[in-house]
Design a protein around this ligand. Structure first.
Ligand code: MG
Ligand code: ZN
Length: 457
């Protein structure tokens, strides 16, 4: 077995983890064969993973995590995502066309970074910065290696984060056949691979669950599927299409599954007053959303079903010898941060955290699963003192532990979309190769982590 390439400082960090974990087990009452010590040992071994579950909280920087923790489980509480045995930080910057750093990334460039190991310009989907050439993605490599693949998002399935796994376009806006203005060389008429929606179904990703039905309802304008909608194209390619909780539950793993649960982004779980100039009255978030149709599956249930479908496919095709790669995105943490809507944002972070719980529960039963939880970039929201009067938008919340919390959004002029930040973000993991997240790494190293865990070439 090849030895892990560990620097001396990394080895010392790993040693510290083992010591800490041994200390924990001395007083732990955890029963069963796979306790904390075994998990830690597994994480640092140069092991091969059968499965990888990668969970991306879009725009989920440390302040977004802390805000959700403070509001839901309290300042001294811990979210599911706080409970991974190994945690590090990674840098997320994009590049300009000439390769010089662009300090604040968007989800397209950052997604290209973790999905391909190559940094690119903001707005680009899994293509190089200067020359605009397609770069193989981790999902494409996993497919080649015989793994089942899946991608789940609360955004449109054609939005940047899911797009980077199964498509290559000059610009992230080229989501459906009618949206190709910024991708002249990617159109099928010009011999290109088509829009993000067309490429995603052409890739035959086994499980695609999210929003964005409007993109898939657009008509294909050229080539073999001309005149059909992308949804009809997907059906020709063998997909079963589901649109709500009930039809998703009924889906079997005998055909690939395309789940389209909203015309655009899936409506948020929670609502409340957006932050305002001069602040809001102290508010409790409303843990429901009248604009979210009943029958809209939540992210945790989608994650559970995606895992079942991927397992079923592999059982049938490979007698359970091969595993899967699954990406799960909590997309609207970012989108509600842009809108300076703290309740929308916290509700989406909490929903994402429940998906993390599903992934960790699976890994507890299947320790040959690498689970990684991270963000693609930082964002606006900051927890500020109650007496502060910052110039931007603020809201005061009453947390579940009954305390006032003031959150500020000041990365852009009020009324404009609040902006991403260039801060490093958390990356946490358990399972084979998880040690690779320790220390300060770069977003592109996550590609290597997954590639090494699944032994992809
Ligand atoms: Mg996203
Ligand atoms: Zn964003």
């Amino acid at each position: 077995m090849p030895r892990p390439r560990l620097s001396r400082s990394r080895l010392m960090a790993v040693g510290a983890v083992v010591v800490a974990s041994t200390a924990v087990i001395a007083v732990s009452t955890t029963a069963g064969a796979f306790g904390p010590k075994q998990h830690a040992q597994h994480a640092i071994k140069d092991g091969k993973a059968k499965n990888v579950i990668l969970l991306i909280g879009d725009g989920m920087g440390d302040s977004e995590i802390t805000l959700a923790r403070d509001y839901t489980v309290g300042a001294a509480g811990r979210l599911n995502m706080d409970k991974f045995p190994l945690t590090g930080a990674y840098t997320t910057y994009a590049v300009h066309a000439d390769g010089t750093p662009d300090y604040v990334t968007d989800s397209a460039a950052s997604g290209t970074g973790w999905a391909t190991g190559v940094k690119t310009v903001n707005g680009r989907i899994s293509k190089t910065p200067g020359t605009d050439k397609a770069v193989p993605t981790i999902l494409e490599l996993a497919q080649k290696g015989g793994y089942a693949t899946g991608s789940v998002s609360t955004a449109e399935l054609t939005d940047a984060t899911p797009a980077v796994l199964a498509s290559h376009t000059t610009d992230r806006s080229c989501q459906g056949p009618a949206d190709m203005a910024k991708c002249p060389t990617d159109t099928i008429a010009k011999g290109g691979p088509g829009s993000i929606a067309e490429q995603s179904v052409n890739h035959k990703v086994d499980v695609l669950l999210g929003g964005g039905k409007q993109r898939f309802d657009q008509k294909v304008t050229d080539g073999r599927y001309k005149g059909l909608t992308v949804t009809e194209q997907a059906k020709k390619l063998g997909y079963q299409v589901v649109t709500d909780d009930r039809s998703l539950k009924a889906a079997k793993g005998d055909k690939p599954v395309l789940g389209l649960f909203a015309p655009g982004n899936v409506p948020t779980e929670w609502t409340g007053k957006p932050a305002a100039l001069g602040g809001t009255d102290p508010q409790r978030c409303v843990t429901s959303n009248p604009a979210r149709p009943s029958g809209t599956p939540n992210l945790a249930d989608q994650t559970t079903k995606a895992i079942q479908l991927l397992e079923a496919k592999q059982k049938r095709q490979h007698g359970n010898k091969k595993g899967f790669f699954l990406q799960v995105e909590g997309a609207s943490i970012d989108k509600q941060d842009h809108s300076a809507d703290p309740c929308g944002q916290i509700g989406e972070t909490a929903a994402f955290d429940r998906a993390v719980k599903v992934a960790r529960a699976y890994a507890a039963k299947h320790p040959d699963t690498l689970v990684v939880t991270t963000a693609d970039h930082g964002h606006t929201s900051q927890i500020v003192p109650l007496e502060a009067q910052p110039p931007g938008l603020t809201s005061t919340l009453i947390t579940n532990e009954g305390q006032k919390l003031k959150v500020n959004y000041s990365t852009n002029t009020p009324g404009q979309s609040q902006e991403h930040t260039g801060v490093q973000v958390r990356i946490a993991a358990e399972g084979p190769q998880a040690y690779r997240v320790l220390g300060v790494t770069d977003q592109t190293d996550l590609f290597t982590t997954v590639r090494e865990a699944l032994r992809l070439r």
